[in-house]
Design a protein around this ligand. Structure first.
Ligand SMILES: CC(C)(COP(=O)(O)OP(=O)(O)OC[C@H]1O[C@@H](n2cnc3c(N)ncnc32)[C@H](O)[C@@H]1OP(=O)(O)O)[C@@H](O)C(=O)NCCC(=O)NCCS
Length: 175
C-alpha cells in the first residue's frame, strides 16, 4: 500500500460521475437487430471503470458484477446512454452503480434498460492493492445508494462464503 495521506482525502460522489454514449451498430447486434447482452455488459464494465478511475485516481480491476436484468430490447441505430458513479468505498474496493437507458432520437423516447452494481479494486502499476479515498454522498439519491451498498456488500459476502462451502466435485470447472 503506497498511497500517501493527501491522496486519501475523501471526495464527493459528484467527482466520479461519468457518462458514456454508444450508437448501436450492426456488429453489436444479433440476427434480430437487437443489441447483444454481452456487448452491453462490456460497455457497463467500461462505464463503471471510468467512475472508479475518477474517484480513486488509480488503476482498477473489476472484482465482481452483481446480477443483471435486461428490461427492454435495444435496436440497431438506438443510442445507449450509460451513467455511472461511485456508491461507496471500503478499503481497497469500491461499489460503482451503472444505469443504462436506450434513447430513440426519432421518437424522443428514453427507456431504462438495465442497472448494475460492480465492485472495482484499486491497484498500483504492478497489481498490488492500494487504499481508496472514502466517498462523500451529498444528494438524497447518493445517500440512498450509499446505504444500499452496505446491504449489497453483506449479500455478496454471504454468497461468497456459501460458494466456499460448496463441495468441489459439484463445481463445473472440476468436471
Ligand atoms: C479482485 C482481486 C484484486 C481481489 O484480490 P484478493 O487478493 O482476492 O483480495 P481480498 O480477498 O483480500 O479482497 C480485497 C478487496 O477486494 C474485495 N473483493 C474481493 N473479491 C471480491 C468480489 N468477488 N466481489 C466484491 N468484492 C471483492 C474485498 O471485499 C476487499 O475489499 P476491501 O479491501 O475494500 O475490504 C483479485 O481477485 C483479482 O485480481 N481478480 C482478477 C481481476 C480481473 O482480472 N478482473 C478483470 C475481469 S477477468
Amino acid at each position: 500500500m503506497n498511497n500517501d495521506d493527501k491522496t486519501l482525502r475523501p471526495r464527493p460522489v459528484r467527482e466520479s460521475i461519468s457518462e458514456m454514449v454508444e450508437i448501436v451498430l450492426p456488429n453489436d447486434a444479433n440476427p434480430l437487430n437487437a443489441l447483444l447482452g454481452g456487448r452491453l455488459m462490456h460497455w457497463i464494465d467500461l462505464a463503471g471503470a471510468m467512475a472508479a478511475h475518477r474517484h480513486s485516481r488509480a488503476y482498477v480491476v473489476t472484482a465482481s458484477i452483481d446480477h443483471m436484468d435486461f428490461l427492454v430490447p435495444v435496436r440497431v441505430g438506438d443510442f445507449v446512454v450509460l451513467r455511472s458513479s461511485v456508491n461507496r468505498v471500503y478499503h481497497t474496493s469500491m461499489e460503482v452503480g451503472v444505469k443504462v437507458w436506450v434513447e430513440n432520437y426519432r421518437s424522443q423516447q428514453n427507456r431504462h434498460v438495465s442497472s448494475a452494481y460492480l465492485t472495482f479494486v484499486a491497484v498500483d502499476a504492478v497489481g498490488n492493492r492500494v487504499p481508496v479515498p472514502q466517498v462523500i454522498p451529498e444528494t438524497e439519491d447518493e445517500k440512498r445508494r450509499y446505504e444500499g451498498a452496505a446491504r449489497r456488500r453483506e449479500i455478496r459476502r454471504a454468497e461468497s462464503a456459501r460458494k466456499k462451502r460448496v463441495p468441489s466435485e459439484t463445481m463445473l470447472t472440476d468436471r
